[in-house]
Design a protein around this ligand. Structure first.
Ligand SMILES: [Ca+2]
Length: 358
């Protein structure tokens, strides 16, 4: 009996937990970028080359250890031919980041650079390939590109984006990062934006690319990470009539307005109670009468705040409070009584009496 009771309780507990697991919504990882590639070189033997993940044109790169940290080092070389490239290709809308360090020869002749390349073998022209090169060289920011078709280089260009304020010192690690977001490539050093370049005018789109590092002088790279950008959604706020001043997360805006948010972001909207002779009515899309609204950005959202003309005061012209209100004109009642009612009653009584006498 006792055993039965215990097993009954256990069965109930088991079923309860199973139900809890079944019916508790699993929290969705919203807004978190997906890591496509990550390498810190700690699992490789010193002196080896991680050929399972990288391709080195003409060699020159090997795993090196310093204190307790392993990283990938290029030989000191006076040309740009020891190119390093990932074996894995990546889609567009991506962030590429890594730690970068150069010795004195590397800084003197080189730069931290990331090349986005769909060339299967760097430096060899294949039918139809492109490369976009973002870099800092002699404290100047650069973007250059090449494009070939049928084995002929048909488009090359270089844009000098001007002096930068962050000098690259020899022997120091820097975090460098490229962000590909739609038509822009943004280049960062230690999380400071160095430049942003609109690549939409280039004769190709940046997607399905390898990441390549060029070599001038000795370079060290570590902690390479390639990840997708978190998806974004658009929030558009309209109103009827337009031109309504409202707030988004406490910041003043005017309709029509739109903004971009990472997936899962929570946005707080406050529409005013009145606007220029109008009063708040409702949100057009869902009929919600609450002018204060919180939205979760899991898709593109358009909301329209509807205002109605302010109602006119009943009975025509409103009477201002500070003016004395006229009291009912009592004398008028006495005038009526004395001039019409009394004579009527008197006449009726007189006629009655006369009739009685007759
Ligand atoms: Ca490392």
């Amino acid at each position: 009996m006792k055993l039965k009771a215990v097993s009954g309780i256990m069965l109930t507990l088991l079923l309860t937990s199973a139900f809890a697991v079944l019916f508790n919504p699993v929290p969705k990882a919203l807004g978190s970028p997906q890591v496509l590639f990550e390498e810190d070189f700690e699992s490789y033997v010193v002196g080896s080359f991680p050929s399972d993940k990288f391709y080195a044109h003409w060699g020159g790169w090997s795993v090196t250890q310093e204190d307790a940290n392993k990283f990938l080092r290029s030989e000191s070389y006076s040309g740009a031919d020891y190119l390093l490239r990932t074996q894995q290709k990546f889609p567009g809308n991506t962030t590429i980041e890594l730690l970068y360090r150069a010795d004195a020869s590397g800084v003197a002749s080189g730069f931290p650079a990331i090349r986005l390349d769909n060339n299967p073998i760097p430096q060899v022209i294949f039918p139809g390939y492109f490369g976009v090169h973002t870099s800092v060289w002699s404290n100047k920011a650069w973007v250059d590109w090449e494009y070939s078709a049928d084995g002929v280089s048909c488009e090359t260009g270089m844009v000098d984006l001007g002096q930068i304020t962050i000098p690259i010192q020899p022997g120091l690690w820097y975090k460098i990062k490229d962000v590909l977001n739609g038509k822009y490539v943004s280049f960062y050093i230690d999380d400071s934006l160095i430049f942003e370049y609109d690549v939409s005018s280039l004769p190709f789109v940046i997607d399905d690319f390898f990441v390549t590092w060029t070599t001038w002088g000795q370079k060290d790279i570590d902690n390479i990470k390639v990840s997708t950008l978190p998806p974004t959604h658009t929030l558009a706020i309209n109103s009827s009539p337009t031109g309504v001043a409202f707030t988004v997360d406490g910041v003043s805006r005017t309709t029509p307005w739109s903004g971009t948010y990472s997936e899962g972001a929570s946005v707080s909207l406050v529409m005013p109670e009145t606007h220029d002779g109008y009063v708040w009515s409702h949100w057009q899309e869902d009929g919600d009468p609450n002018r204060i609204k919180a939205v979760t950005m899991d898709t593109n959202i358009t909301l329209t705040g509807v205002y109605a003309p302010a109602p006119k005061p009943v009975g025509g012209k409103a009477t201002p409070i500070n003016i004395p209100i006229n009291k009912p004109e009592l004398p008028a009642l006495w005038v009526w009584l004395s001039t019409i009612i009394f004579p009527l009653v008197a006449t009726a009584l007189y006629v009655k009496r006369r009739k009685k006498k007759q």
